[in-house]
Design a protein around this ligand. Structure first.
Ligand code: ADP
Length: 193
């Protein structure tokens, strides 16, 4: 079992790289952003609750997010998970650790995509052209997501750093090039398991 947190600010390329990791390593992709968007599309109570927070670039409350993540993870088991966009607060990280521990598992690594802020803004503005995501279309909302990342999410890196699980990866360059860097880290995990 390999359980990986793919970490990084909005626009760092977590979703894109997750797809490559799934294809090459057969892990199960759990993206809280995708699950919320599916719920919004389906008009569920959860989607209705999440929508306001997402449209403003705020985090959906921990309790709701943690419960949803655990329920999705319990439905899908396999060779391990790639967590994308979760945990996004220290409380979510603590909850994830104990959820996995209850199944005799753990996070093996946090792979953190490191991308300068100016590049994030350029990428998100570009993505707005095709993503149809309201939170990509508005510069104020993008700024809020970046601010929330610094204030609420960045401390999650310390959580895994203190467990010696933080692996920084340069997130600048071509998609394949960045994936190669990630693949080296994932392959090294498999060797030591
Ligand atoms: P990005 O990384 O580009 O911001 P995501 O799809 O990961 O995109 O997240 C979109 C939005 O979904 C976030 O701004 C937030 O409102 C909500 N969200 C996603 N994951 C979480 C989470 N773990 N905790 C709280 N809110 C979340």
């Amino acid at each position: 079992m390999k359980n990986i947190v793919l970490f990084g600010p909005p626009g760092a390329g977590k979703g894109t790289q997750s797809a490559h990791i799934v294809q090459n390593f057969g892990l199960i992709h759990l993206s809280t952003g995708d699950i919320f968007r599916d719920n919004i599309k389906g008009g569920t109570d959860l989607g209705n609750l999440a929508k306001g927070f997402m449209d403003r670039g705020e985090l959906v409350p921990d309790e709701v997010t943690i419960q949803m993540l655990e329920s999705e993870a319990s439905k899908r088991t396999g060779k391990g998970y790639i967590f994308d966009g979760f945990p996004r607060t220290p409380a979510q990280a603590v909850a994830l650790d104990s959820f996995l521990a209850s199944k005799g598992q753990q996070i093996d690594a946090m792979i953190a995509l490191e991308v300068p802020e100016a590049e994030l803004r350029t990428r998100l503005a570009g993505r707005a052209e095709t993503s149809g995501r309201p939170d990509d279309a508005n510069p104020d909302v993008i700024q809020n997501r970046i601010d929330v990342y610094h204030s609420e999410t960045a401390p999650v890196a310390e959580h895994y750093r203190s467990q010696n699980k933080y692996k920084g990866v340069d997130g600048l360059g071509g998609i394949e090039e960045i994936f190669e860097r990630i693949a080296v880290v994932v392959a090294a995990l498999s060797e030591t398991a």
